[in-house]
Design a protein. Structure first.
Lengths: 213, 213, 213, 213
DNA sequence: CATGAATGAGCGTTCATTCAT
DNA sequence: CATGAATGAACGCTCATTCAT
């Protein structure tokens, strides 16, 4: 049987996915046409549809990767001290936001916003929410359990707030451009604020060396 | 006097605008078709185009109102004490976010995100940014000038951070639903955080009665 | 009875007609909208339709004037010597062609060409043909009867040829611009050619002073 | 080999082009709708747009053929004596004019006249002018270089005059019908006139057998 | 496995003309 | 007499997806 090896199939899938990624980044979700993706991939319509059922599947697979990376960014701070782990995570998000329009984040935001009425996209939306929220919460909770953080507010509420802020920073970065919104300054403000609720009393705010950048 | 009175014309304009508003809220910007709007308004294509040049103008006029209301929300705290004025503003935004999917905010976010590559929409984007940022900054600055706020961080940076957070809260509210993201809790967290950077040292955080809700 | 005087009505009609003329010259027949004409006339839709049943009637009345002027250009040479009368006529046409895009001629050509399939426009087309042809023919025939012209070819054929040439010169003037097609040179060539068939043998062609410019 | 052969694609392109040609001839350029062309071709909208980007491209490709044929008509007289070559060319144009309303010429004239204000069509207009003018000029110049023609007027001027006349003859043929304007007679007149300026003194005009019909 | 030609409902917008006031 | 708001059929064009080869 001429069954193509698994790796060959995977390679083709990957090729197509990367081509789709380039097109999505360049044009956005709605504006990207299957014709564009087919052309960018150097394949035929049939060839692309053979591996992915439609434009949405293509995007969903692509975005799955982003989630996985995001999660890894939130984990990984196994041995690290809690406040340094938070700092790492925030710095990582900062870098992503600064590079927002080269990544898939704007496309995801577009996809979520445009599709907010569609039953089918709800699932993904929920999953994204839980994944990001969970990652942040774990970060905070492990610090609290270690006794480093002594939050006067439930960590769930703090995690949700951080998540909102990050989403907002991304949104602003996307629509206004990273330079216009002074990402570094915002990052500093967030750090100070977070410290004040996570470690109240400690190093009364403004210390330079304590900031996790 | 066959010329229809100005008030009648305004009434018709308003009718059409409200019909368009209902359609945009129901379907979103991209998914709303002129056919929908024409049907909802109970008029003809020509009748609608007589008052508004195209779909975008219809939306822009609609969104202009939202801006005006937002500004009014940020102003108005003339005689109020600074921290109470901030509280009022935040509470107002909270209410808006809680009601996000009944308003035009999701449509605006969609319009901005989808149109991020289009030269023409950039202008609106910039204007929105400046208006919202300006409103928040004025609020903080007047408190600082009054000596009530003693921020250890430039107010511009704080204003931008608040703006990001609000955008994020709206975004989350839109895509995940207000109930899922515990708006009240987030609001409390933001309050505490803001106080710690605006009035450091004062009432070491957690006091209940001091919070401006 | 408040019957408005005939002259008042005529004045209004004329106002509208001139406004329409300006719009047609500026935009062409198809591209001119009734909205344009109404705006240019400073009146209302109703006001314009009260005097003219539709766009076509407006144009037809306008074009009637041009015909009348054209005819007058062809007549008028009563006392003049035949060859001078021909020269006058040709010079007049030259001037019109040179000024083609400021006049209604392009609009007429457009109207005729576009409407060549419409029964209703046929009539006008026929009338124009007969009027122009008749004018030229009379010019030639009176010279022949006076014995000044001794055409070796039937004057009808010559008249038709002149007419074709003039139409072509107009057409070229309209689409390529008068400067590109060297109207003066063409005019000279036509003069020489015409002389050779109207007055064969006389002043073997190239004489300068004999040319009717 | 699922890729359809080049010849098949060409055949389809040709099918569509011919269908468009029939519609254009029947209705004219402006009045022809894509719906008409789609119906005439027996295909779908998508099917037509797959091969031609828009109505204008369809027309331009069609008209390209006419130019090519025109040029061939003007060339080709390589070995022939100059006056015969001119005769051949004129006869060819006569035939075309006689058949004007079965061809695309009226559509081209309409396209040029209606589009005289549009920047984009200007290019085509210029190209047409240069191509036709160039063809006629070459015809005359080669006769002059051979010494057969001894024009007393610059050949450029004569070429432009001939071009104008031909355009006029076409125009008249289109709007008034070929029979009404006695094409044969006009052709004879043009021949006589042309001879008188190209070969002055020779065979003092009226000879029958010398005329190149 | 792979191709790419083909589909067709749907889009936003225009404009000559009418007629209630 | 005069107004101008209102009509609605028709326009050129797009694009995710299918399926005969």
């Amino acid at each position: 049987m001429p069954k193509v090896s698994e790796t060959r199939k995977d390679a083709v899938r990957n090729d197509i996915l990367e081509a789709a990624g380039r097109v999505f980044k360049r044009k956005g979700y709605e504006a990207a046409s299957m014709k564009d993706i087919v052309a960018e991939s150097g394949r035929s319509f049939g060839g692309v549809y053979l591996y992915y059922a439609n434009k949405e599947q293509l995007f969903l697979e692509l975005i799955g990767r982003v989630y996985r990376e995001m999660n890894e960014s939130a984990e990984g701070g196994e041995g690290t001290a809690p406040w340094e782990a938070v700092g790492r995570f925030l710095r990582d998000q900062l870098a992503r936001a600064a590079d927002a329009d080269n990544g898939l984040a704007p496309v995801l935001y577009e996809y979520l916003i445009v599709g907010r009425k569609e039953e089918r996209r709800m699932k993904l939306i929920g999953e994204r929410h839980d994944a990001v929220f969970g990652a942040i919460e774990r970060l905070l909770r492990s610090g609290a359990e270690a006794g480093t953080f002594r939050p006067t507010i439930p960590v769930e509420a703090i995690a949700l707030t951080v998540m909102s802020f990050l989403d907002g920073m991304f949104f602003e970065s996307i629509v206004s451009g990273p330079e216009r919104i002074r990402l570094d300054d915002q990052f500093r403000v967030l750090s100070d604020m977070l410290r004040s609720v996570l470690m109240p009393g400690e190093a009364s705010a403004v210390t330079e060396e304590g900031n996790p950048e």
